[in-house]
Design a protein around this ligand. Sequence first.
Ligand code: SF4
Length: 337
Amino acid sequence: MPTPKPQMSKSQLIDKYGRQLTYLRLSVTDRCNFRCYYCMPEEGMDFAARQELLSFEELYRLSAVFCDLGVNKIRITGGEPFVRAGIIPFLRKLSKLPGLEEITVTSNGSLTKPQIEALQEIGIRKINISLDSLDRERFFKITRRDKFEDVYASIFQLIDSGFDIKLNCVVAENKNIQDILPFVELTKDHALAVRFLEEMPFNGSDTFQLPQWSHREIYRHIQDQYPVLEKLQSEPTSTSVNYQVPGYKGSFGIIPSFSRTFCGTCNRIRLGATGELRTCLYGPPVTNLRDLIRLGASSEQVEQAILGAVSNREKDGFAAEASYTPSKHESMSVLGG
Ligand code: SF4
């Protein structure tokens, strides 16, 4: 059976497996003020030179092209988005982009407090905060920054200010297993969602130990303590399988980010801070949209480049990973998560 040609109407990004890509993860910087062990080496990494980063005008122009192609949700990521000066005026302008229904943000929470009013005024409601431990010392060991109090305080300031907060916790042996149950217990009195992620190889180094804690182990660990758990309805494109302890205000979810059990409904496409387009987190950069526009490409030519990339998209994260063997693992702060 010849592979069916993807029905690419002008405004839709549908791959040959019938998945429509409507969600852009847009990285605005590769820089971060933290040094999480699962993301980059302690000494940091060779951050891109300023002129290599997409300017806010370029980020806006490319976002407009994606929205023309049916993208209706943009997640602002990094590195740490709030280390980039000028981010708020950019978000304000972006929020008015035709076709864009939602802007969400992923942050380490250390710089969000001063931005609360501006984010509210722009209409950004959903923020994912990376928090891997509820213990100051373990937090320090994981992030190599003594910022637990700041991050913890800003989480509750955001909640009190009406933001929809999700906490992302990367689970790893010898790092934060003791935090899993306290995180679930945190959802007793707080209407927030805690998501437990499997460790991924994007640590900016040439070594990666296979995760010992898969989504199954995490679930079993929680179920041993909470035998009765309600499974919650989730969006078809959700990467998280969500649960609630009966009577608790909040919920928790488990994201099989290494096991990649959710690729069948993946609606995500990624644009890195230096213009690299990825159709899968585990795959190679397919083209560089920054270079294209700096060479004078029209929006139509950029559209064709994106459509072309999507038409060659791999079936899942395993196929994407198999097609890409970099000399060392990329850092999550380059990929934008
Ligand atoms: S691994 Fe790739 S295909 Fe699978 S959900 Fe993630 S980005 Fe999508």
